[in-house]
Design a protein around this ligand. Structure first.
Ligand SMILES: NC(=O)C1=CN([C@@H]2O[C@H](COP(=O)(O)OP(=O)(O)OC[C@H]3O[C@@H](n4cnc5c(N)ncnc54)[C@H](OP(=O)(O)O)[C@@H]3O)[C@@H](O)[C@H]2O)C=CC1
Ligand SMILES: C[C@H]1O[C@H](OP(=O)(O)OP(=O)(O)OC[C@H]2O[C@@H](n3cnc4c(=O)[nH]c(N)nc43)[C@H](O)[C@@H]2O)[C@@H](O)[C@@H](O)C1=O
Length: 369
């Protein structure tokens, strides 16, 4: 990529897209095409075709998708499979039709079998059944990998598919229901600290800044207390406040800071081609598959430990309680990032540093919506 190359970041307002935009700007890139969902619905085949015809991007980062945590994936199963298939089919196909020089597609580590050997290597794809809670999303992502791979093999395109582990950082979704675990626990535990001191002003401010379904920040203190209890943030008799953690707390997850993730993506777009990635796959028998690349830290933490780390960071004095009526999802999902390490990239920010950064960001002026 040259500094004046025309770069389209699909999903530039999201967690990953915004980190990609910042990372590219820092490196001196300046020629961006940016469209919000409201401006261009990527599920609309005709609209996407017209957009590519008009704009003719040279490089594409496909970070637009229907995304959410375990409950959103499990509940909106139809939307997760349909919207993701449509977005990726439209964008990847038009990138091929309009001779895009390179495209980077973002998948997810949920493509791997539920019982995959840990840490998970790229070649465990399609070797056993998937985790149920996010199966529709995972199937769409697997189709995206195969679309990139098949177009590369048939049409000699240069499309790279990366499989990031669970991500977190600025501009994440902090909704109390549809978000991923890390942003959810940051917000729930912060609200817990406000509830401990009856700081209704801080609670109202938080709810105004990031509206929550069926909660009016103007309500009385006792109504707000009831609303928060519905999200598992509640006063517990005279012993203080408790915050609910979904599931048993036993599943383990691997977390990568979004700016590290963006750095890895830019590194791959700047310096690696699909052919080099194929060449780096060992033991090929003439069949070309598993050309995607894991992006992770190779380090995991239990959900209970994650909650304790965030609790410590925000200074929540109360109790963590586990709600086992909520799903655990897969028990382990740890990437083996050695392929990416061999290609020349390694993460920088560890989980403790990342938690400190995201808690600071969440309460900063910058985070105001
Ligand atoms: N978050 C995570 O932990 C992980 C994410 N990923 C992958 O990374 C990518 C980015 O995820 P993330 O940044 O977290 O997601 P976000 O939800 O933060 O952002 C998604 C972006 O996609 C855009 N978008 C969604 N639907 C459409 C549509 N129909 N048309 C146009 N734009 C649309 C949104 O636009 P707008 O803002 O305008 O509404 C938003 O900017 C996804 O492919 C995801 O699967 C992979 C692994 C883990
Ligand atoms: C990135 C990845 O993200 C999703 O998979 P997931 O890792 O299972 O999602 P998650 O972050 O929502 O949960 C991780 C764990 O944490 C527990 N947990 C505790 N308390 C809260 C809580 O308050 N909110 C949430 N969301 N989870 C909680 C929760 O019960 C689970 O055990 C995929 O669907 C798919 O989108 C995907 O690819």
């Amino acid at each position: 990529m040259n500094k004046d190359s025309k770069i389209y970041i699909a999903g530039h307002r999201g967690l990953v897209g915004s980190a990609l935009l910042n990372s590219l700007k820092k490196r001196g890139y300046q020629n961006f095409i940016l469209k919000s969902h409201a401006e261009l619905d990527l599920t609309d085949q005709q609209a996407v075709a017209s957009f590519f015809e008009k704009e003719k991007p040279e490089y594409v980062f496909l970070a637009a998708a229907k995304v959410g945590g375990i409950m959103a994936n499990n509940t909106y199963r139809g939307q997760f499979i349909y919207e993701n298939l449509m977005i990726q089919n439209n964008v990847i196909h038009q990138a091929y039709q309009h001779q895009v020089k390179k495209l980077l597609f973002l998948g997810s580590t949920c493509i791997y079998p539920r019982e995959a050997d840990q840490p998970m290597k790229e070649n465990s794809l399609l070797t056993a059944p998937l985790e149920y809670t996010n199966e529709p999303y995972a199937i769409a992502k697997i189709a995206g990998i195969k679309l990139c791979e098949s177009y590369n093999l048939q049409y000699e395109t240069n499309f790279i598919a990366v499989m990031p582990t669970n991500l977190y950082g600025p501009n994440d979704n902090f909704d109390l229901e549809s978000s991923h675990v890390l942003p959810a626990l940051v917000r729930k535990l912060l609200l817990g600290t406000y509830l401990e001191t009856n700081n209704w002003e801080a609670i109202r401010d938080d709810l105004e800044n990031r509206p929550v379904r069926n909660v009016n920040p103007e309500q009385t203190a006792s109504q707000l207390e009831e609303a928060l209890a519905g999200f598992g943030i509640r006063k517990n008799g005279n012993s203080g406040v408790e915050v609910e953690v979904w599931g048993s707390g036993k599943p383990r997850r691997e977390f990568l800071w979004s700016e590290d993730m963006a750095d890895a993506c830019v590194f791959l777009m700047e310096s690696k081609d699909f052919k080099e990635i194929v060449a780096s796959n060992s033991g090929s028998s003439g069949e070309i598959r598993n050309t995607h690349i894991n992006i992770g830290t190779g380090q995991e933490v239990s959900i209970a430990s994650l909650a304790q780390l965030i609790q410590k960071q925000v200074g929540f004095q109360g109790k963590l309680v586990f709600n086992t009526s909520k799903p655990d999802g897969t028990m382990r999902k740890l990437t083996d990032p050695s392929k990416l390490h061999h290609l020349g990239w390694k993460h920088q920010i560890d989980i403790k540093e990342g938690i400190s950064r995201i808690c600071q960001w969440y309460t900063s002026v910058e985070a105001r919506c």
